[in-house]
Design a protein around this ligand. Structure first.
Ligand code: ADP
Length: 264
């Protein structure tokens, strides 16, 4: 019970806790798909804590190589020493390794991801000649955002078909209100207005936004309002400005905000 109490608070959207637990218990790797800021990272932290496993989270970027994951030789005090990377540490310790936005990483990372994510469950470390067998408690979790995909950066079928998959999306209204309440303590009336407003804005398709309002942005907005900021100003700063650099788009979205928010 105390483990669960210590977990970063997470409100489920569906059956993701059951799927994660079943994948973990059966040594299957997991892929989380969905837009940014909809709870994927929070979910993985929650599950790692719940299962009482060390978690190594790696935010992938376009310079990230296999060596950044596996490890490298370093010169320390005139000596050459091997230093494990976070993926190797997770395998050795039987923990959970979370590769966030995996499609951003360099292509050479697939060479280490593939043998770990099929039934071989091995991590070959070419530089040291070692080959690690992942213990049963090791789990690989990856996330990616299908919305950002471009032709060069899609996840190849040979990679994606190695993973049990869960789709995340913006939560249902009631769930999102519970998240905001839990994260910020904002009162129910304003909380509900914010969620309704976001759902209206999410439905607007003609603004050519790369991505819509995330739960993260809603939490930021609610935090500012709870701290005493005027709700319109809070929406502009935390809900609308982060979405677009186009002043006309910002103005158009702000018109919707002003029309929908009832602040008196
Ligand atoms: P992602 O990894 O999908 O980009 P995060 O997990 O970082 O998103 O979520 C962003 C923030 O939104 C979290 O820090 C948390 O405040 C809030 N959040 C989103 N979904 C949930 C949820 N289901 N339960 C609790 N908090 C959530």
């Amino acid at each position: 019970m105390s483990e669960i109490n210590d977990s970063p608070a997470y409100i489920p959207q569906g059956n993701e806790i059951e799927v994660f637990t079943a994948a973990y218990e059966n040594q299957l790797p997991l892929m989380l798909k969905g837009p940014t800021g909809c709870g994927k990272t929070r979910f993985v932290s929650h599950m790692a804590k719940k299962l009482n496993k060390p978690l190594y989270t790696i935010a992938c970027h376009d310079d990230l190589t296999a060596a950044d994951l596996v490890g490298r030789y370093l010169i320390e005090d005139g000596q050459t020493v091997w230093r494990d990377g976070p993926l190797t540490r997770a395998v050795r310790e039987g923990g959970i390794c979370y590769l966030d936005e995996v499609v951003e990483a360099r292509k050479d990372t697939t060479v280490v991801i593939h043998p770990l994510s099929d039934d071989r469950r091995i991590l070959p470390i070419d530089r040291t000649g070692e080959q690690l067998n992942a213990p049963d408690s090791f789990m690989l979790v990856i996330s990616y955002n299908p919305g950002y995909q471009n032709l060069l950066k899609g996840l190849k079928p040979s990679t994606r078909q190695r993973f049990v998959s869960l789709t995340f999306d913006y939560p249902q209204s009631e769930t999102e209100q519970s998240i905001i309440k839990q994260e910020t303590g904002l009162d129910n009336y304003m909380n509900r207005q914010l969620v309704d407003l976001s759902n209206s804005l999410r439905r607007l398709k003609d603004h050519d936004l790369e991505e819509s309002i995330s739960t993260r942005l809603l939490v930021y907005t609610a935090t500012l309002i709870k701290a005493g900021m005027n709700p319109i100003a809070a929406c502009q700063a935390a809900l609308i400005e982060p979405l677009s650099d186009d002043i006309e788009v910002v103005n158009a979205l702000m018109t919707v905000v002003k029309a929908k928010l009832d602040i008196d």
